[in-house]
Write a protein that binds this ligand. Structure first.
Ligand code: GSH
Length: 195
């Protein structure tokens, strides 16, 4: 059985959500970054970690893609044009949304005090707003980023948008707000969020 290591209030939620979407059983070990439980399997101390077939897999997007391919769900098949578009969207979300939020988080409270540049948040918010306009265009009538099919980048973007709202990054578009609600309304998300 898969083991998911990481706290619920982190990128670990993405992995729990994917496993619920796929209907695959798993064990969830609640452990924070740099705890012994994490460092035993990932010396970097970062979460989430998925232990699959005795091997510790790291990076939430890599884990989601592995699970989607392995169980044949929440993705277009590898080697198709749709999959190339899906992966392009995943990388756009990682480059422009996840990276901005993580940089702001590090400079707000994660880095040692003397290494922080909290003023970086202003330019990051400016760029983030541009990205939100672009995401709104891509989403169009949706309902999901890839149209009718819910895929890996929807999990990552929905997770990031929740993070953005908590971090006071503006998500003002009604269309994107409705998208978050739609994705979070999925039974699999509700089950993951309850674990
Ligand atoms: N790109 C990685 C980032 C992993 C990551 O930075 N996780 C955070 C928690 S969400 C963490 O463990 N931070 C501790 C650290 O950076 O030392 C992923 O998507 O899994």
């Amino acid at each position: 059985m898969y083991q998911v290591i990481g706290t619920f209030r982190s990128r670990t939620l993405r992995v729990l959500w994917m496993l619920e979407e796929l209907g695959v059983p798993y064990e969830h070990i609640q452990a924070g970054p740099h705890s012994d439980a994490v460092k035993n399997v990932n010396p970097d101390g970062k979460i989430p970690v998925l232990v699959a077939e005795g091997t510790a897999l790291t990076d939430s997007s890599a884990i989601l893609t592995y699970l989607a391919d392995k169980h044949g769900g929440v993705t277009f098949p590898a080697g198709t044009i749709e999959r190339a578009r899906q992966d392009g969207l995943l990388h756009k979300v990682l480059d422009e949304v996840d990276a901005a939020l993580w940089l702001a988080t590090r400079h707000t409270f994660y880095l040692p005090q003397d290494q922080r540049m909290p003023e970086i948040k202003g330019p990051l918010i400016w760029e983030f707003s541009k990205t939100m306009r672009s995401m709104e265009n891509i989403l169009g009538d949706g309902p999901f980023l890839m149209g009718e099919t819910f895929t890996v980048p929807d999990i990552v973007l929905t997770h990031c948008l929740g993070w953005a709202i908590n971090a006071k990054f503006p998500v003002e578009s009604d269309n994107l707000r409705a998208y978050i609600k739609r994705c979070r309304g999925r039974d699999a998300f509700k089950r993951a969020a309850e674990t």
